[in-house]
Design a protein around this ligand. Structure first.
Ligand code: ATP
Length: 350
């Protein structure tokens, strides 16, 4: 197990600054997920931990020790990539024990380690099979097992599930959570998929343009997003945002926080609109309601409205968010919060 720390780290490629003065502490034994849009620098961070691309300046510390001058193989980290390169000509067992053989681990110990890890990832019945005879999920498990068998103190994963179909991805997410629980190793997982981040992380590190937007437990980011970016990146559909018309500020509410009705509503924020689209997803229906210049996504557990129907939309005061012109969320303790709440009530119509 190990903690990881970035201290004033900058990373540039050909004079392009990708990460600037980054400070970040990843806790020992936790499942930390780095999430953010494509190109925001997630893989760059992972590669710095692994030692594959040393940082331009600043320090990376593993367990409090500066690893800048330590070679990738000596850092006690293992990495699994999206295109899990397993050797097609080797059996599952040979793939998994390959690194152990290289490290001159004896045959008996190798067998013990391989069998124990295969028990953990559910590969025991497939030990003598070739990768070509395995499903995508089983192959991904071989890649995970091969990394785990070396008992790294840090386990780095870069979008390891993105080549799998939707159903298998959900299953592998659960398996990864279980593996993390069993192993107790520090997991650092990169994804651009906020659902993966929400479902697996102890801590989410949300990034954009090489900067950390928020670092917190999934439920904290969801309930108290630090800014507009966090509010709209986490959650499907994303938080609805509208112009407040005061100070360049904005208001927001989650799709599941609004009520729709054919009758006028007695809610703090209420507006009359037209149902523009309806997506019936089984246990819930998502409507897009157009109200003047704004279009809001509303998630309902009941499927009661149809396209082109006139509806009233209402949101309680406790479900509203406000963001300043600087895009940061305004805390209820801030004096502007009450002022904006009143301004929004003044806007009600319908
Ligand atoms: P994705 O989700 O698409 O994988 P990411 O958040 O992991 O994105 P990175 O791969 O870290 O993003 O890339 C961040 C930026 O750094 C990109 O603009 C990329 O082009 C650039 N970059 C990364 N590695 C190199 C490199 N070796 N040389 C030049 N530019 C690089």
């Amino acid at each position: 197990m190990a903690s990881i720390e970035f201290a004033q780290v900058t990373q540039s490629f050909n004079k392009n600054v990708i990460i600037k003065d980054l400070n970040l502490k990843i806790e020992d034994g936790k499942f930390t997920v780095l999430v953010g849009p494509s190109g925001c620098g997630k893989t760059t961070l992972l590669r710095m931990i692994a030692g594959l691309d040393p940082q331009t300046s600043g320090s990376v510390l593993i367990n409090g020790k500066d690893v800048t001058r330590i070679a990738p193989g000596q850092r006690g980290v293992a990495m699994v990539f999206q295109n899990y390169a397993i050797y097609p000509t080797m059996s599952v067992r040979e793939n998994i024990e390959f690194g152990l053989k290289n490290n001159k681990v004896g045959k008996e110990e190798r067998n013990r380690l391989v069998e124990s890890i295969c028990e953990t990832v559910g590969l025991k019945p497939y030990l003598d099979r070739k990768p070509s005879t395995l499903s995508g999920g089983q192959r991904q498990r071989v890649a995970l097992a091969r990394a785990m068998v070396k008992k790294p103190s840090v386990f780095l994963m870069d979008e390891p599930l993105s080549n799998l179909d939707a159903k298998l991805r959900v299953q592998m997410r659960i398996e990864l959570i279980e593996m993390h629980k069993k192993l107790g190793t520090t997991f650092v997982y990169v994804t651009h998929d906020q659902v993966e981040a929400m479902s697996m992380a102890d801590t989410i590190v949300l990034m954009n343009h090489g900067q950390i937007q928020q670092m917190a437990a999934p439920e904290v980011i969801y309930r108290q997003p630090s800014n507009l970016f966090a509010a709209q990146f986490i959650g499907v559909p994303p938080m609805n945002i509208g112009d407040l018309g005061v100070d360049g500020a904005k208001f927001g509410f989650r799709p599941e926080s609004a009520v729709l009705s054919v009758e006028p509503l007695d809610a703090h924020y209420t507006v009359r609109g037209i149902v523009a689209t309806r997506e019936m997803l089984g246990s819930e229906t998502i409507y897009q309601v157009k109200a003047g210049q704004e279009a809001f996504m509303i998630k309902c557990t009941e499927d009661r409205f149809s396209v082109d129907q006139e509806v009233y939309l209402g949101v309680d005061a406790t479900k509203l968010f406000f963001f300043g012109a600087d895009e940061n969320r305004i805390d209820p303790a801030d004096a502007r919060y009450g002022e904006y709440m009143r301004a929004l009530k003044g806007q009600r119509h319908g």
